[in-house]
Design a protein around this ligand. Structure first.
Ligand code: MRU
Length: 362
């Protein structure tokens, strides 16, 4: 996607061999591009959320393995890089998916052949992500076109940032929005602010604005009210891990939006790239690990002060502690459909198996 007219991906390899990412902790106030040079850099970038979003976490981990292979291509380094990167964040399955794919491709090779193969595979994983998300957008845009044909325009509600910043390009939940908008469909997006880290307010609002998509930021608690009053035509969110029977883990608060959507007859879609399916698990509530993050994300908020500095300010009494579960699970029966790169299917074991007969059980 473009930033002020310049095409960008969220991660790329520079001519000097370093991998460059947008350090998303500073958006929307500052566009900082940083090089990642070592395994420790890659682990910190994922753990501390310089980069985030399930597909981008996977792509970054793949490049982390590639960087390790360029510096030490031994079996021990391969295993250590896999273990260190895999421990950075627990919920997005794309992390393990990308690391396993890299390890399984590299382990059979002689150490001398690993660096080149690793860089080629990391680049391939990134290119695949772009293609998957473009196709998700094509299928999802049809949903938006159909609604707009009936209603004259379409109001989408989205949660967190499942935008191009969360992927290598296009985004998942935003890809249908970008493609419909580019095709002239009158789309407007309600952007949940997404406390505690405000990925909606800071990232989704920024990227939609840069692309010229009409949008309104709303507090997380406003969605139910807007749905009751017929102001939301469809909800589209992303996912960090979807089980083989269609239960969806996504950013905390997604479940509440799904409940409100069901109560108000609003279709609730999940944009789902196939690497985000965890075929080994069925019951999302019991089998998906939910990341617990630090209390300071809840007790503080980040913003820009009048002098232009990006600062954290406390919003609670000094002594107040907090719980901070970062994801929740929306049971499959609340999901209208899964928008995958192969088309839209039911959020059920049968729906996913019919869409991915070559992957089921894998
Ligand atoms: O904690 P984050 O910012 O990594 O959470 C991101 C989300 O919850 C996204 O909705 C999800 O990763 C899908 S990204 C296409």
């Amino acid at each position: 996607m473009k930033i002020d007219g310049t095409p960008f991906r969220s991660i790329w390899q520079a001519a000097d061999g370093t991998v460059q990412v947008i350090d998303q902790r500073w958006l929307p106030h500052e566009l900082r591009i940083v090089p990642l040079r070592s395994r420790a850099d890659f682990a910190a970038a994922i753990r501390d959320m310089w980069v985030r979003g399930a597909p981008l976490i996977g792509a970054t981990a793949a490049w982390g393995m590639a960087m390790e292979m360029a510096q030490d291509a031994s079996d021990a380094a391969l295993a250590a890089a896999h273990a260190e990167l895999n421990a950075t964040r627990p919920t997005a399955i794309n992390l393990k998916w990308a690391l396993d794919r890299m390890r399984d491709a590299l382990l059979p090779l002689a150490p001398g052949a690993r660096a080149g193969a690793a860089a080629a595979l990391a680049a391939e994983i990134c290119d695949e992500d772009v293609g998957i998300n473009r196709r998700i957008g094509e299928h999802g845009a049809q949903v938006l076109r159909d609604i707009a044909a009936r209603k004259g325009r379409v109001n989408v509600l989205t949660h967190c940032n499942a935008g191009w910043l969360a992927t290598v390009d296009w985004g998942t939940a935003t890809s249908p929005i970008y493609q419909a908008h580019d095709a002239g469909v009158p789309v407007h997006v309600f952007v949940d602010e997404t406390r505690p880290r405000n990925q909606g307010a800071q990232l989704t609002a920024w990227e939609l604005g840069k692309h010229g998509v009409p949008h309104s930021l709303i507090v997380d608690n406003a969605g139910g009210h807007l749905m009751q009053h017929g102001e939301v035509d469809v909800v589209i969110v992303g996912t960090d891990r979807t089980t083989a029977r269609g239960d969806v883990a996504n950013k905390i608060g997604t479940y509440l939006k799904a409940l409100a959507a069901r109560a108000n007859g609003v279709p609730f879609y999940v944009a789902l790239p196939s690497p985000t399916i965890d075929w080994r698990v069925q019951d999302g509530l019991r089998e998906i690990p939910i990341e617990e993050r630090g209390a300071e994300e809840v007790t503080h908020v980040q913003g820009r002060d009048p002098e232009g500095r990006v600062v954290q300010v406390r919003i609670t009494p000094d002594a107040t502690g907090a719980r901070n579960p970062a994801f929740d699970v929306t049971p499959a029966d609340l999901v209208t459909g899964l928008i995958t790169e192969r088309g839209i299917c039911a959020a059920s074991a049968a729906g996913l198996a019919a869409m991915f007969p070559d992957r089921v059980g894998g």
